[in-house]
Design a protein around this ligand. Structure first.
Ligand code: ATP
Length: 248
């Protein structure tokens, strides 16, 4: 009997999906997620299908408790689904070990959380540069890129030198977006970006997200319960009891 060649090593990067629509951007296929609930389990995501292409801005709306944050946590590879696949640029996150998943997250995902999690003691530009100690880009280059990114989200040189408490809620959210873009992610995941903002500031942040999706070619998913903010999205999806359907 002829011995078989050894199986290729390493993450699923070496074995991308054959479906070309899933090779770039984000895809969730048949994703089901449940949480323990007493004797039973509460189904938070029920057979969810979602593909978002590079340069596409998808918004997910839905009432409180419908599963929006769970969707983002699974897409961010922070929670493993019970069933189904999460593909980032064609890489199946479920096939990766913990370390490789962390690397995937760092290299390909940008995440903007609902609560601004900026570090109180750092200026806006330092919020981005602190990530650099992990990535090892040359300091002068990193500083220049951080400055450019912050400028592109509308923060002047003076604002870039301020600490979070010296910035408005909208400005802090802009820093969060610039920080998420700093690693040049393929996928941008945004959780309720406007919950701490008034309507006008909220609309400006969503406009910015639409713009960065175009210029950075990210596959962007924003979840929100604010229906007034959906106009700028290329596609709107509706979440209800863990099921995702297209609204427009
Ligand atoms: N860690 C957990 N353990 C148990 N149940 C959970 C957990 N996290 C969420 N749930 C439940 O799962 C369902 C979906 O919650 P999820 O937070 O994803 O909804 P959501 O649409 O983001 O809600 P909101 O808009 O209020 O943030 C809810 O019924 C919630 O109570």
């Amino acid at each position: 009997m002829t011995p078989r060649p050894p199986a290729p090593e390493g993450p699923a990067v070496t074995a991308p999906t054959t479906d070309t629509s899933l090779r770039t951007g984000l895809a969730l296929r048949g994703v089901t997620l449940s949480y323990p609930d007493g004797e039973n389990r509460l189904v938070a995501l029920d057979d969810v299908e979602l593909s978002v292409a590079p340069g596409e801005f998808a918004a997910v709306a839905g009432p409180s408790g419908s599963g929006k944050s769970s969707l983002l946590a699974v897409a961010a590879t922070l929670l493993r689904p019970d069933r189904g696949e999460v593909l980032v640029d064609g890489v199946d996150a479920g096939a990766l070990g913990e370390r490789e998943r962390t690397a995937l997250r760092r290299e390909r995902l940008g995440i903007v959380f609902q609560q601004s999690n900026l570090l109180a003691s750092l200026t806006a530009v330092e919020q981005l540069l602190v990530l650099e100690s992990v990535r090892g880009r040359r300091p002068a280059r990193a500083r220049a890129r951080a400055g450019e990114l912050l400028e592109s989200v509308g923060l002047s040189g003076a604002e870039q030198r301020r600490r979070p408490h010296q910035l408005s809620g909208g400005e802090r959210q802009r820093v969060n977006i610039a920080r998420a873009l700093f690693g040049s992610p393929s996928v941008l995941l945004v959780d309720e970006p406007t919950s701490a903002l008034d309507h006008e500031r909220g609309a400006q942040v969503v406009e910015l997200l639409a713009e960065v999706t175009r210029t950075h070619r990210t596959a962007t998913v924003m979840v929100t319960h604010d229906r007034d903010l959906l106009g700028r999205a290329d596609r709107v999806l509706e979440m209800h009891d863990g099921r995702l359907s297209r609204a427009r």
